[in-house]
Design a protein. Structure first.
Length: 630
C-alpha cells in the first residue's frame, strides 16, 4: 500500500458524501481510506457502511467519542501506506489531489508535500493559502513559512512520509490539536515541497466545534496551543510578529454577544469591551523561567516554608535552575538569608498570583514543579484534587507533591507511594519517596557552651504540638536539685504563662522569630529539645505518619536533641548522637545528662550526628533524582 488517508468522522452526514466522492474517485489508485467514526449519533456510520460495501479500500474504525486527536491517532496506527494524508469529513479535494502530492514528494525527494487551500462557505470561495509553483525548502524557518505557520497550522492539505509522523501522536482531549502537532512534524521533516494546481477545499462550517461560541475549554485549548507555538518559535530562534505573539486569553459572552475579550502580549493583558474597545491594561506577574528550570512552590502562606531551602538545595545539586515561589513575607523574614547560589531565583508573587499563574498557564517550559505542602491544594485524601490547581492537561509526571501527614490518605486507602515524605513512614507499612530538606544555607556549627547550657525548643506552644508542661516540670526539678547553669530558649507562637516564679529566670521566651533570628538562636543553643509524651495519642503521629520541623533543624545545624527513646529510631537518632528519655517522669534526667555531658563527648555526639546527616542527605538526593527521572 502506497498511501493511507485518515478521515475522522463525527456527525458529518450533511457533508460526508461529498467528501467520500472526492476520495473514492482519486486518480491515484494504490490508496486506502481509514474512516474513524468517533461516536457519531447521526447517519454518518450508515453512509460509511454503504460506501464500504462498494469499495474494498475503505476501512471503518468505530470508537466511542474520544475527539479528533484520538481518532487520528487510531487511524495512523491502522495505516498500511508509506505515506499518510488527513482529510476532515466536511471537506473535499481535487480528484488528482493525492496523485500530484505523491509525485511532488517522490520527484523532489521530500518528506512532506503541501497543497493550496480554498476556503468555501455557503456563498463564497477564498484562497486560504495558494501555491503557483513547485518549491523545495529545507530549513525550519523556510518550512514554517511555506506552510504559513502559525496562521495556517492545518494538517490536512498535506501528504507525509509515514516514517516522520508515526511516533508523533496528536495531543489527546484538546481542541486545536493540529496547531501543537504540525510544527513538531515540520521540524522533523528534512524538506517540504509545494505543489501547484492542487486544491484542498476547506468548508467553513459555522456549526463546527471551533466556530461556535467558545466554551471555556475551547478558549483554554486555543490559548494553550498558541502559547505552545510561541514557545516553539522562541526555542528555535525564529521571529514572530507582535500580532502573532498576541493571543486571546479569554472571551466573556452575554448570550451570543462578545461582552469582553482579554488579549495577552508577553506579560501584559488588555481588556476589550465588545471585543474591540480597549478599556483596561494589566501587567502579569510570572515566575522567573530560565533554561532547565524547576519550580519550588510552598502554597501555605504561614507555615512549612522552612522546608523550601532544603528542597532547593537538592534541585541545585541535580543541576537545575530553581525558581522559588513562597509568600514574599518569608523572604523578608530571612528564609534564604544563609543561601547564596547564582542558579536560584526568588519570585515575589502573592499566593493568589501564584495560583492564577499555575491555573492559567501550561508548564511546558519548565522541567517540573515541586509543591512542598500538597495539603494546601487538596484535602490530603483525594490527591487528584491537587492537579486541579494546574493548567488543564498538565503533564502529571512534572508535578512532585510533598505530604507532611500521611494518615488521612492511608486510613482512606488513597495513599500514593510516589508522594514525597520527609522521612520513612512508620504507619500501615506504607512506602513513599523520602526526601528530607534540612539545608538552610551556610550554618555555623558551634560547640557546647562551657558555662550555661542552652536548650532550645522551636514551634508553636500548644498541647497537641508538644507538652510544654513537661519542659516546665523538668526545669523545676533541675532547680530543686541545685542546677543553675542552664537556660531554655523558647521560639514560637503561644506562651508559657504557667511558669512558677522561681524558675522564670531559666526561660528566655522569644516568641515567633523571623528565620534569620531563629537561625542565630539555634546556632547559640546546645541542644534541641522535643517534649513528646510516648503515651499521648496526640503525639504519636511524630513516630508514625508525620514528622516535626525540629528534626530538620537538628540535622541542618548539627544540634543533638533530647527525644523520647521510642521516637528515636525512625528519625535516625541513637544514643551516639542524641539523648533519650523514656517517659514523662524521667524527662528531666535527659536534661541532667545534657548538662553534665563533657565538651569532648558533646563533640563526638555532633560528629556522629553529622555522619547520619550526610548519609541521609545523599539518600534523599538519590531518591529525588530517581523520582524526577522515573
Amino acid at each position: 500500500m502506497e498511501i493511507s488517508v485518515v478521515i475522522p468522522v463525527y456527525n458529518s452526514e450533511k457533508y460526508l458524501e461529498k467528501c467520500l466522492t472526492s476520495l473514492v474517485n482519486q486518480t491515484f489508485k494504490d490508496i486506502e481510506f481509514i474512516f474513524v467514526n468517533d461516536g457519531s449519533i447521526d447517519n454518518s456510520l450508515n453512509i460509511l457502511q454503504e460506501y464500504a460495501k462498494k469499495d474494498s479500500r475503505i476501512t471503518i474504525i468505530n470508537q466511542e467519542n474520544k475527539g479528533i486527536s484520538q481518532a487520528r491517532n487510531e487511524g495512523i496506527k491502522k495505516a498500511q501506506g508509506q505515506y499518510i494524508g488527513f482529510i476532515d469529513s466536511d471537506d473535499w479535494i481535487d480528484l488528482d489531489f493525492f496523485e500530484k502530492l505523491h509525485g511532488s514528494i517522490v520527484n523532489n525527494d521530500a518528506d512532506i508535500a503541501v497543497s493550496t487551500i480554498i476556503r468555501t462557505g455557503k456563498k463564497q470561495k477564498k484562497y486560504r493559502i495558494k501555491y503557483d509553483d513547485t518549491k523545495v525548502v529545507n530549513t525550519l524557518e523556510e518550512k514554517l513559512k511555506i506552510c504559513d505557520v502559525p496562521r495556517c497550522s492545518y494538517v490536512w492539505n498535506k501528504l507525509y512520509k509515514k516514517e516522520i509522523i508515526k511516533d508523533l501522536e496528536f495531543k489527546k482531549n484538546v481542541f486545536y490539536e493540529d496547531v501543537i502537532w504540525l510544527p513538531q512534524v515540520l521540524k522533523k521533516a528534512k524538506s517540504v515541497v509545494s505543489t501547484p494546481n492542487t486544491n484542498y477545499y476547506y468548508y467553513s462550517n459555522p456549526n463546527s466545534t471551533v466556530k461556535k461560541t467558545q466554551s471555556q475549554k475551547k478558549q483554554i485549548d486555543s490559548y494553550n496551543a498558541k502559547k505552545t507555538t510561541i514557545k516553539f518559535f522562541k526555542d528555535n530562534n525564529i521571529a514572530l510578529s507582535k500580532k502573532q505573539r498576541t493571543i486571546t486569553k479569554k472571551i466573556v459572552y452575554l448570550f451570543n454577544l462578545k461582552l469582553l475579550k482579554i488579549k495577552e502580549f508577553e506579560n501584559k493583558l488588555t481588556y476589550y469591551l465588545f471585543g474591540f474597545i480597549p478599556i483596561f491594561k494589566k501587567t502579569l506577574k510570572t515566575p522567573i523561567i530560565k533554561e532547565n528550570t524547576f519550580i519550588v512552590w510552598e502554597p501555605c502562606s504561614k507555615s512549612h516554608s522552612e522546608v523550601v531551602p532544603g528542597f532547593c538545595k537538592y534541585l541545585l545539586d541535580l543541576n537545575y535552575h530553581v525558581s522559588v515561589l513562597v509568600s514574599p513575607k518569608r523572604y523578608k523574614e530571612g528564609l534564604f538569608s544563609r543561601f547564596k547560589d547564582e542558579n536560584i531565583s526568588y519570585n515575589k508573587l502573592s499566593q493568589k498570583e501564584i495560583r492564577t499563574y499555575f491555573k492559567n498557564n501550561p508548564i511546558d517550559d519548565v522541567k517540573g514543579v515541586m509543591v512542598t505542602t500538597v495539603g494546601k491544594i487538596c484535602d490530603c485524601v483525594h490527591y487528584n484534587q491537587a492537579y486541579e490547581a494546574f493548567y488543564p492537561n498538565t503533564d502529571k509526571k512534572k508535578l512532585l507533591f510533598v505530604e507532611h501527614e500521611s494518615s488521612f490518605a492511608l486510613d482512606n486507602n488513597s495513599w500514593d507511594e510516589n508522594l514525597i515524605t520527609l522521612r520513612q513512614l512508620n504507619y500501615k507499612n506504607a512506602k513513599s519517596i523520602v526526601v528530607n530538606p534540612h539545608y538552610f544555607g551556610e550554618a555555623r556549627i558551634t560547640g557546647k557552651n562551657p558555662d550555661i547550657v542552652n536548650f532550645i525548643t522551636i514551634g508553636a506552644i500548644r498541647p497537641n504540638k508538644k507538652n510544654s508542661q513537661m519542659i516546665i516540670d523538668a526545669a523545676k526539678t533541675l532547680n530543686d536539685k541545685g542546677y543553675k547553669n542552664f537556660r531554655i530558649t523558647v521560639v514560637g507562637k503561644g506562651n508559657l504563662s504557667n511558669i512558677p516564679p522561681e524558675i522564670k529566670k531559666y526561660f528566655d521566651i522569644k516568641g515567633r522569630l523571623p528565620f534569620k533570628k531563629m537561625y542565630e538562636e539555634i546556632e547559640k543553643a546546645d541542644f534541641m529539645i522535643t517534649s513528646y509524651d510516648p503515651n499521648d495519642p496526640e503525639h504519636i503521629r511524630y513516630n508514625t505518619s508525620g514528622t516535626s520541623g525540629n528534626f530538620q533543624l537538628v540535622y541542618g545545624f548539627i544540634k543533638p536533641c533530647i527525644i523520647a527513646q521510642s521516637f528515636a529510631p525512625i528519625n535516625g537518632f541513637d544514643s551516639s548522637n542524641s539523648i533519650f528519655y523514656t517517659t514523662k517522669d524521667d524527662y528531666y534526667k535527659a536534661f541532667e545528662s545534657a548538662i553534665n555531658l563533657s565538651i569532648e563527648d558533646y563533640k563526638k555526639m555532633q560528629d556522629n550526628l553529622r555522619i547520619y546527616q550526610q548519609k541521609f542527605y545523599q539518600e534523599s538526593l538519590e531518591n529525588l533524582k530517581g523520582l524526577i527521572n522515573e
